[in-house]
Ligand binder design. Structure first.
Ligand code: AMP
Length: 190
């Protein structure tokens, strides 16, 4: 079973992906996490991508497509994957479809987390203030939120045309969000 979690930053995609990973043995594949690992490891790719990410821009399609391609055949993905933060462009979505089709697989569900953008913004601003972080965090978050609004207009219609998108209330408590996701994926997960 292959699922895409679609939602803005701070919507809880990573939290929910980890819960499903533990429950069903699906592997979370987060391109954001993979990029941050490259940065932490100070690889040539990481150094190059950091500059782009710091500006709140998308990294080139071929970089993230290759990252996913490198992971998709790993044993951890045998039961399926939860794509988190990928795809973010139509080209990435097409590449993912081709990659899965070549393996006799497909995307089964696209779960869109509906959130209140203003509430999310306030949540991050509050957290930044409480943790004494610089204003940069809020600024970067707003850029990433704008980025989300733009790329969702490109990616969601691609999957809506295939009838794959199901929406959930992402503002609910963590447990309640998990219940909504399980209701969607249970038929195939059981
Ligand atoms: P995330 O943690 O998923 O919000 O990703 C952090 C940053 O990594 C994004 O703001 C982008 O700069 C970059 N990034 C992550 N995934 C992708 C993707 N699928 N396509 C392009 N850029 C990405």
């Amino acid at each position: 079973m292959n699922i895409i979690f679609f939602g803005p930053p701070a919507a809880g995609k990573g939290t929910q992906a980890k819960i499903l990973q533990d429950k069903y043995g699906l592997q979370q594949l987060s391109t954001g996490d993979m990029l941050r690992e490259e940065i932490a490891g100070q690889t040539a790719l990481g150094v190059k991508m950091k500059a782009i990410m710091d500006q709140g821009r998308l990294v080139p399609d071929e970089v993230v497509i290759e990252m996913i391609a490198n992971r998709i055949d790993s044993p951890e993905c045998a039961k399926g994957a939860i794509f988190d933060g990928f795809p973010r462009t139509e080209a990435q979505a097409e590449a993912l479809d081709a990659m899965l089709a070549a393996r006799g697989k497909k995307i089964d569900y696209v779960v869109e987390m509906i959130v209140d953008f203003d509430a999310l913004d306030a949540r991050v601003a509050k957290r930044a203030a409480e943790e004494g972080r610089s204003d940069d965090t809020v600024e970067t978050f707003r850029k990433r939120l704008d980025q989300y609004k733009n790329y969702s207009k490109e990616v969601l219609p691609y999957y809506q045309a295939k009838g794959l998108v199901q929406t959930i209330d992402g503002m609910a408590a963590i447990d309640a969000v998990t219940v909504q996701i399980l209701d969607i994926i249970k038929p195939k997960a059981a």
